[in-house]
Design a protein around this ligand. Structure first.
Ligand code: ZN
Length: 262
C-alpha cells in the first residue's frame, strides 16, 4: 500500500502536466465509462491529496475521487500515448502528458455530501499545510490502543503507512506497543514533526530513506536498497545492532528494537 508521500507526489506530478487545461477522459476498460464521459473535455482545475486519497477538481464543481489501495498504480506517458492495453480504468490525456490509472480500489465521481463524509473520517495529514496536529493528539492522548496501531489508523493521522510507522517510532525511541495515552505532549509533538519530515523527504525523493547520511556514512541518495531503514524489514537494528523484533499488530507486521525503544 503506498504511503501518503507517494500520493502527494502523484498529485504534484500530475498537477504539473494536467491541471489548468481541458482533459480527455476515457475508461478503456469500461468500468468507469459513465464517470469518464462526465469528465471528458472539462478543465481539470487542481489535484489534492488527503492522506492516501486523491481528489481531482474539475470545472462545475465536479470532483473525482481515487484511492489506489493495494494494487492501484498510475502510469504517465510524457510523449506519445500508446494504444490502451489491459485493464486501464481511467485514461486522462492533457496538455503535456497522459496518465493511466490501473487497479484502484476507488475511482468515482463524488457528490459534495460523499466528499464531506470521506474527509470527516480522515485524520490530519502531516503533508498538508492545513493539518491540525491537535486533532491527532486529542485521539492519541485518550486512547488505550497501541501507538503503533494509532499512527496507522487513517482516522487518527492520514497518510502514515507501515514503513514510516516503524521508522518514526524507532528514531524517537518509542515502543509501538505503548498505549497512546502514555505519550507525553512533547513525545507526540516530536512524533508529528518526525512523521512530517520523513513524509516530506519521501515526497521529494520518490522513495523512502529514513537512515541519515551520518549513520549510513554516505549521501542518502547512495544508500543501497535494503539499508535505507533502521528497523523496517531489518534483522538487526541499524542503530545499535540488537536483533529487531517482528510481530503482528492489528493485522499488519510491526518492527521494533527492544533495546532502543521503550
Ligand atoms: Zn536498537
Amino acid at each position: 500500500m503506498p504511503e501518503g508521500h507517494t500520493i502527494h507526489r502523484a498529485a504534484r506530478k500530475q498537477r504539473e502536466v494536467l491541471a489548468g487545461a481541458p482533459v480527455q477522459a476515457t475508461s478503456p476498460q469500461g468500468r468507469f465509462a459513465d464517470g469518464a464521459a462526465l469528465l471528458d473535455g472539462r478543465v481539470l482545475r487542481d489535484i489534492e491529496a488527503h492522506g492516501k486519497h486523491l481528489l481531482y477538481r474539475f470545472d462545475d464543481d465536479i470532483t473525482m475521487h481515487v484511492h489506489l489501495g493495494l494494487f492501484g498504480r498510475f502510469f504517465t506517458h510524457p510523449a506519445e500515448v500508446p494504444e490502451p492495453r489491459g485493464a486501464i480504468r481511467l485514461r486522462l490525456v492533457g496538455r503535456d502528458a497522459a496518465v493511466d490509472l490501473r487497479g484502484p480500489t476507488a475511482c468515482e465521481v463524488l457528490d459534495p455530501d460523499d466528499e464531506l463524509r470521506l474527509l470527516a473520517r480522515l485524520g490530519p495529514d502531516p503533508l498538508r499545510p492545513d493539518a491540525d496536529p491537535d486533532r491527532a493528539w486529542h485521539r492519541i492522548s485518550r486512547s488505550k490502543r497501541e501507538i503503533g496501531a494509532l499512527v496507522m489508523d487513517q482516522s487518527v493521522m492520514a497518510g502514515v503507512g507501515n514503513v514510516y510507522r516503524a521508522e518514526a517510532l524507532h528514531v524517537l525511541g518509542i515502543h509501538p506497543s505503548r498505549e497512546g495515552r502514555s505519550l507525553t505532549r512533547d513525545e507526540f509533538d516530536a512524533l508529528w514533526a518526525t512523521v512530517c519530515r520523513m513524509l516530506r523527504d519521501g515526497e521529494c525523493a520518490g522513495r523512502i530513506v529514513t537512515v541519515s547520511a551520518a549513520d549510513a556514512g554516505m549521501p542518502k541518495s547512495r544508500i543501497p536498497r535494503g539499508e535505507r531503514t533502521y528497523v523496517y524489514r531489518q534483522r538487526e537494528c541499524r542503530s545499535c545492532g540488537a536483533p529487531v523484533a517482528m510481530w503482528d499488530m492489528a493485522g499488519r507486521r510491526a518492527w521494533a528494537c527492544e533495546e532502543c525503544q521503550h
